[in-house]
Design a protein around this ligand. Structure first.
Ligand SMILES: *[C@@H]1O[C@H](CO)[C@@H](O)[C@H](O)[C@H]1NC(C)=O
Ligand SMILES: *[C@@H]1O[C@H](CO)[C@@H](O)[C@H](O)[C@H]1NC(C)=O
Ligand SMILES: *[C@@H]1O[C@H](CO)[C@@H](O)[C@H](O)[C@H]1NC(C)=O
Ligand SMILES: *[C@@H]1O[C@H](CO)[C@@H](O)[C@H](O)[C@H]1NC(C)=O
Length: 331
C-alpha cells in the first residue's frame, strides 16, 4: 500500500496520501510518548519521595483522626494538609511544587476505598494519582503496582481516568475512561480489590476493570510483594492534557484535591516479622480475599466499558503489532 515517491507521473496525486501518512506517524508518535510518560509517572513520584529528606510525620500520639492514623504527608510540606480532626485531607499544587501522602502500613491483599474530589475548573496539566505500589529493589525493577490516575482538563472538558497494573516491573496495561459524572463537583469513591484471584477497580462501587490472575498463561501476577498506598497531585503539562497541547494556567494556582472517608479491609504486612495479618483460613472466609465478579457484574462492566472506555491497551495494534499481552485473552 505504500505509495512510491519516485514515480513522477503520480507524484501530484500522492500528496494527500503522503500528508496523511506523515500526520498519522506524528499522531502515533505523540500517543506513544503520552502513554510511555503516563506509565512512568507513579514511579517518578516514588523516586522523588524517597529522595525527600523532609518526611513530615505528624505526632501520632496526639492526633487521632483517620488520616493521622493511616497516612503520612510524604512531600510538598504545607501544600498537603490534614483537616477536620483528621477526617479530611487536601493536596495542593502551585508553581513551585505538588504534594503527596502515603500509607503508614503495607498491605498484601485486601480492599481499599477512598473518596476523592478532584481539582475543579480548569485543571489542565494537573495529575492526581491514587495507587498502591511495592518497593523498588536496588537490584532491579520488579515492582508491582495498581494505579488510578486522574488527568485534568480545561474547563468543560472531561477528566481522563487512567488505570494500569504492573507485575514484576512490567506495566503497559493501560485502560482509560471518561467518567459518567463530574468528579470535581462532589466526592466519589475509588476502590481497589486485590486478592490472589484478581484485581478489580471500582468507581462508586461499580466495577470498571478487572485484571485476572493469568499465571496459568505465564503472566506474572502481583502476589508476593506487599504494597503501600500513595497519592499525589502534581504538574505534568508537558504531556497530560490533550497530549501536552493544553498547559497549566498558573494564575489559577493553587490547585486542590480533597480526600475523605478512607477505609481498608485486608491483610497488613509486618515488615519486621515478614508476616501477614491474614491466615490461610482468611482466604477462604473473608469476602474481599476471594471476591470475583459474577457473570452479571461482568456483563454490566463490559457494557460500561463499551460506553466509557476511551483507551484499551488490549486493542492497541499500533503499540503491540505482535498482539497484546496474553492476559488480554481473558480480561
Ligand atoms: C486523642 O485521643 C486521646 C485519648 O482518647 C485524647 O485525650 C486526645 O484529646 C485526642 N486528641 C485529639 C487531637 O483529638
Ligand atoms: C480533555 O478533553 C478533550 C476534548 O474533549 C479530550 O480529547 C481529552 O481526551 C480530554 N482529556 C485529556 C486528559 O486531555
Ligand atoms: C488563565 O486564567 C485567568 C483567570 O481565569 C484568565 O484570565 C486567563 O485568560 C487564563 N489564561 C489562559 C492562557 O487561558
Ligand atoms: C464512607 O464509606 C463507607 C464505606 O466504606 C460508606 O458506607 C459511607 O456511606 C461513607 N460515608 C460517606 C459520608 O460517604
Amino acid at each position: 500500500m505504500r505509495p512510491r515517491i519516485s514515480h513522477p507521473t503520480r507524484s501530484n496525486k500522492l500528496v494527500p496520501y503522503l500528508a496523511f501518512i506523515v500526520f498519522s506517524a506524528i499522531f502515533v508518535f505523540k500517543l506513544d510518548v503520552f502513554i510511555a510518560q503516563t506509565i512512568s509517572t507513579a514511579r517518578n513520584y516514588q523516586e522523588s519521595t524517597t529522595r525527600d529528606k523532609n518526611l513530615i510525620s505528624p505526632p501520632a500520639a496526639i492526633e487521632n483522626g483517620t488520616f493521622h492514623r493511616h497516612f503520612i504527608i510524604s512531600w510538598g510540606e504545607h501544600r498537603a494538609r490534614i483537616l477536620d480532626g483528621g477526617e479530611l485531607l487536601t493536596l495542593s499544587l502551585d508553581k513551585i511544587s505538588g504534594s503527596g501522602f502515603q500509607s503508614r502500613k503495607q498491605f498484601l491483599f485486601g480492599k481499599i476505598d477512598m473518596q476523592i474530589k478532584l481539582v475543579p475548573g480548569n485543571s489542565a496539566g494537573t495529575v492526581t494519582t491514587y495507587y498502591m505500589m511495592s518497593q523498588i529493589s536496588s537490584e532491579g525493577d520488579f515492582h508491582d503496582e495498581i494505579d488510578f490516575e486522574f488527568l485534568g482538563n480545561s474547563s468543560g472538558n472531561p477528566y481522563t481516568l487512567h488505570t494500569n497494573v504492573f507485575s514484576q516491573g512490567k506495566g503497559e496495561r493501560e485502560q482509560q475512561f471518561f467518567l459518567w459524572f463530574d468528579p470535581t463537583a462532589d466526592f466519589h469513591t475509588y476502590s481497589i480489590v486485590w486478592n490472589p484471584k484478581n484485581i478489580i477497580f471500582f468507581v462508586d462501587n461499580i466495577p470498571i476493570r478487572e485484571f485476572k490472575n493469568t499465571e496459568k498463561l505465564g503472566v506474572p501476577f502481583p502476589k508476593d510483594q506487599p504494597m503501600r498506598i500513595y497519592s499525589s497531585l502534581w504538574n505534568a503539562d508537558d504531556w497530560a492534557t490533550q497530549h501536552g497541547r493544553v498547559k497549566t494556567n498558573w494564575t489559577l494556582a493553587p490547585f486542590t484535591a480533597a480526600y475523605r472517608n478512607y477505609s481498608s479491609d485486608g491483610c497488613i504486612w509486618s515488615r519486621d516479622t515478614r508476616t501477614s495479618s491474614c491466615s490461610a483460613d482468611d482466604f477462604s472466609t473473608k469476602n474481599v480475599l476471594k471476591m470475583e465478579l459474577d457473570r452479571r457484574s461482568r456483563m454490566n462492566m463490559k457494557r460500561l466499558q463499551r460506553k466509557h472506555m476511551v483507551y484499551d491497551y488490549c486493542r492497541d495494534k499500533w503499540r503491540f503489532p505482535r498482539g497484546p499481552g496474553r492476559e488480554c485473552r481473558v480480561n
